[in-house]
Design a protein around this ligand. Structure first.
Ligand code: NCD
Length: 335
């Protein structure tokens, strides 16, 4: 059996809603499939017919630059047709519910819904109401599975492995779906994860999810192989959870002075959007250790892999159901 065939079989889920309950085999199946797809971006014609005739609908109820464009381009590279819904300008302002909107779009013949919503669990609700596959593109502060998968892909391609590495995720952990999904995937793949930030943003309760917790970046920095810097999610905070941004930056920003304490080959990551001068200085964001733009490139390959795998799983399940129904018919069929 081909490698691609084996990866497809290791993946049987119709939806990708989160990473909390994914096995190492499933995570690796996505990363291996993404590795195969990343080659397509180097060709002169950057398109394959894998999802020709299928429709991918992006349902974005929250702002997005990278994730929305990346899913659109990933679907187009696989030759799928793409529908793009954003909340502003839609009938949401006329009172239409999420489920009604999605069902109406599904009636146009949609195979995969990519959903971003401020309510945790919104993609899970849709998965129960729709025939098509649902991919979570960020639900409130809950999960952002494709971001964590692309982060894992970036680390794996740069370092050749994830197991045994020490990854620090720094910043507004309490409000971050990126931190949660990264923690689940990295732990399952054998990395050590330390969550770093002020006590108001990083609760000790994250230890229950298998993370180390630190409130002192300077102390942990010398041991770290990969540092993932997060934005302060002010849109999810009622008020600032620390005295001032200046004070926050003094203790937690990644700047050139701090980088001197880090390993020479530390990988510097950030999911974007960057708040330059708050959590990371321009010199570090654009410096030699930064793989921030590699993350964006990885995102395309990972999203191609996810769209392909969920569609293949759904179509396999439908075929199996069809054969079971055929086998249950009395022999000789209808007269
Ligand atoms: C993140 C998000 O939206 O959760 N960004 C992204 O998807 N690239 C992180 C953030 O908004 O800070």
């Amino acid at each position: 059996m081909s490698r691609a065939g084996r990866e497809t079989l290791a993946w049987t889920r119709r939806h990708l809603l989160g990473l909390e309950d994914l096995s190492a085999e499933e995570l690796t199946a996505v990363l291996d499939t993404a590795r195969g797809f990343s080659e397509i971006s180097t060709r002169s014609i950057r398109k394959v017919p894998t999802l020709r005739g299928r429709v991918v609908a992006n349902l974005f109820y929250e702002d997005s630059t990278r994730t929305r464009l990346s899913f659109s381009l990933a679907a187009q590279r696989l030759s799928a047709d793409v529908l793009s819904f954003t909340k502003s300008g839609s009938s949401t302002s006329k009172g239409e519910t999420l489920i009604d909107t999605a069902r109406n779009i599904e009636a146009m013949g949609v195979d995969v819904f990519v959903v971003r919503h401020k309510a945790p669990g919104a993609p899970h609700v849709l998965a129960r109401h729709l025939e098509g596959s649902v991919v979570n593109a960020g639900d409130g502060a809950h999960e952002h599975p494709t971001q964590a998968l692309l982060d894992c892909h970036t680390i794996r391609e740069a370092r050749g492995k994830i197991e045994g590495l020490h990854v620090a995720i720094v910043g507004d952990i309490g409000h971050s779906r990126v931190a949660r999904s990264n923690l689940f995937a990295l732990k399952t793949l054998g990395a050590k994860v330390t969550l770093v930030g002020p006590p108001t943003l990083v609760s000790g309760r994250f230890r229950e999810l298998g993370a180390e917790v630190s409130h002192d970046l300077d102390e942990v920095l010398p041991e770290i192989d990969v540092i993932n810097m997060l934005r302060i999610q002010r849109e999810r905070q009622g008020h600032l959870n620390f005295p001032s941004l200046v004070e926050y930056s003094r203790r937690f920003a990644l700047n050139e002075k701090r980088m001197k304490r880090a390993k020479k080959d530390v990988l510097v990551m950030h999911p974007g959007p960057l708040n330059r001068g708050v959590e990371i200085t321009p010199e570090v964001a654009d410096g030699p250790n930064s793989v921030i733009l590699n993350q964006v490139a990885s995102g395309l390959a990972v999203r191609m892999a996810v769209l392909f795998l969920v569609t293949a799983a759904k179509e396999r399940a439908q075929k199996e159901q069809h054969s079971t129904e055929q086998a249950a018919l009395p022999s000789g069929g209808a007269s």
